[in-house]
Design a protein around this ligand. Structure first.
Ligand SMILES: C=C1C[C@]23C[C@@]1(O)CC[C@H]2[C@@]12CCC[C@@](C)(C(=O)O1)[C@H]2[C@@H]3C(=O)O
Ligand SMILES: O=C(O)CCC(=O)C(=O)O
Ligand SMILES: [Fe+2]
Length: 370
C-alpha cells in the first residue's frame, strides 16, 4: 500500500539516460521521437472568443462563492484575480524557474529525477503512456528541493530554496481559501471536513510544485508540449508566463485556450475534488501546446489532502437518489492508480464496474520512452 506521494511512480520507472533529445536548443528540426501523429489532434482548437471564455473571478467579489461553484461545475477551470499572491513573489518564482531551465543540459542532468523517483529534472512523469516524447522539460519538487538545488547551483542554492519555500507557503494558504469557496458553494462547512483541522486551514495538506518549460519549437503543429491529462489533485494553481499554450477541453466545443491574464492564476479542478463532490465538479482535461517563436514557462502547484486521509464523496451530498459514485482512496493510493492507469484511473475508483471493462488499454499501450 502506498503511503507517501513520492512512492507513486516507483513501479513505473522512466530511464532518462535512454532519452536522446533533451537539449532542445540544438534542434533545428522536429526529431521523429517528438513528432506526434495527426490523430492526437482529434478535437478542433479555438482561440478565446466571447462565447467560450474560461471564467475570470475576482476573489474580492461578494459573489465569489457562487461564481467559483458555478465555474467548478461547468468548466472545471477558472482564473482568479485579487488572490493575494504578490507580483514580486510571482516574479521571483518565474525567474528561479527561468534560471533553472537555462542551465546547460549536463548541469540539469545532475539533478535528474531518479528512474523510480518523483522529484528532480526530467520529462513529464506521464511520458511513459505515449509513444512520442513531449516538447518540454520539467522539474518536480516534492518536499525539500535542497538536495537537487545544491547540485544545480553549488554556490547559491539557498536563493532557489527560499523562494520555493515562500511560494509553497503562500499557495497553500490560497489553496485552502479556494477549497472553502468550492466547498462552501455546496453548503459544506468546517464541521463537515474534520481533516481541514480545528482552524479549517487544511494545515496537514500536501503539495507538489511542477516547473514546466516549453522551448520554441520548429514544427509546433506536429509537437505536443504536455499531453492531455487531468490532475490527480484536489485543485491545481497554475502560474503561466505571458506566452499562451494552456488549453482545456470544453464539451461540444473542442480545445479552448486559457489566455494569460497578467497577474491572474489559473485554477484547475483535479480528480480528488471531483470525487469529493461526488462527480459534480469537473476534473478538467487540459494540455499545453507549443509555438514556433516563444519559449513558455508555467508553474503548477499541485494541492492534495494529507497523505493518510481517505477522500470519498461528502456525505452531505448523498441521499438515496445520489449514491456515492466513488470509493474512499488516499492521495498516494490514487497517484499509484494514476501511474498505472493514467486517464482511466477514476474509473478504477468508481463504485460500479470500470467503464472500460477489465482490460486497461494503458497496459497494452505502455511503451518504453526514448
Ligand atoms: C503530485 C503529483 C501530481 C503529478 C504527479 C506528482 O506526483 C508530481 C507531478 C505531477 C504532474 C505534473 C505534470 C502533469 C502530471 C499529470 C504529471 O505527469 O506530473 C501531474 C501529476 C498528476 O497530477 O497526476
Ligand atoms: O503548462 C501548462 O499550462 C500546463 C501544466 C500542467 O498541466 C501541469 O503541470 O499539470
Ligand atoms: Fe496539469
Amino acid at each position: 500500500m502506498l503511503s507517501r506521494i513520492s512512492d507513486a511512480f516507483r513501479a513505473y520507472p522512466i530511464d532518462l539516460q535512454s532519452i536522446k533529445h533533451l537539449d532542445f536548443s540544438s534542434l533545428q528540426e522536429l526529431p521523429d521521437s517528438h513528432a506526434w501523429p495527426s490523430s492526437h489532434n482529434d478535437y478542433p482548437s479555438h482561440d478565446p472568443c466571447s462565447a467560450e471564455l474560461v471564467p475570470i473571478i475576482d476573489l474580492n467579489d461578494p459573489n465569489a462563492l457562487d461564481l467559483v461553484g458555478h465555474a467548478c461545475k461547468t468548466w472545471g477551470v477558472f482564473q482568479v484575480t485579487n488572490h493575494g499572491i504578490s507580483k514580486e513573489l510571482l516574479g521571483n518564482i518565474e525567474s528561479m524557474a527561468r534560471s533553472l531551465f537555462s542551465l546547460p543540459i549536463q548541469q540539469k542532468l545532475q539533478a535528474a529525477r531518479s528512474p523510480d523517483g518523483i522529484s528532480g529534472y526530467g520529462v513529464a512523469p506521464i511520458s511513459s503512456f505515449f509513444p512520442k516524447l513531449m516538447w518540454s522539460e520539467g522539474f518536480t519538487i516534492v518536499g525539500s528541493p535542497l538536495k537537487h538545488a545544491r547540485l544545480l547551483w553549488p554556490q547559491e542554492y539557498n536563493k532557489f530554496c527560499d523562494v520555493v519555500e515562500e511560494y509553497e507557503k503562500e499557495l497553500k494558504r490560497l489553496a485552502a481559501e479556494l477549497m472553502w469557496l468550492a466547498l462552501g458553494a455546496f453548503g459544506i462547512t468546517k464541521e463537515d471536513i474534520k481533516w481541514a483541522g480545528p482552524r479549517g486551514d487544511f494545515r496537514g495538506a500536501s503539495g507538489a510544485l511542477q516547473l514546466n518549460s516549453y522551448p520554441a519549437c520548429p514544427d509546433p503543429e506536429r509537437a505536443m508540449g504536455l499531453a492531455a491529462h487531468t490532475d490527480s489533485t484536489l485543485l491545481t494553481i497554475l502560474y503561466q508566463d505571458s506566452t499562451s499554450g494552456l488549453q482545456v477541453l470544453r464539451e461540444g466545443v473542442g480545445w479552448v485556450t486559457v489566455p494569460p491574464v497578467p497577474g491572474a492564476l489559473v485554477i484547475n479542478v483535479g480528480d480528488l475534488l471531483h470525487i469529493l463532490s461526488n462527480g459534480s465538479y469537473k476534473n478538467v482535461l487540459h494540455r499545453a501546446i507549443v509555438n514556433r517563436s516563444s519559449h513558455r514557462l508555467s508553474i503548477a502547484y499541485l494541492y492534495g489532502p494529507p497523505s493518510s486521509v481517505q477522500i470519498s464523496p461528502l456525505s452531505k451530498l448523498l441521499d438515496p437518489n445520489h449514491p456515492p459514485l466513488y470509493r474512499p482512496i488516499t492521495w498516494p493510493e490514487y497517484l499509484g492508480t494514476k501511474a498505472k492507469h493514467f486517464n482511466e484511473a477514476l474509473s478504477w475508483v468508481r463504485l460500479c464496474a470500470p467503464l472500460n471493462g477489465f482490460v486497461d488499454k494503458n497496459d497494452l499501450n505502455r511503451v518504453k520512452v526514448g
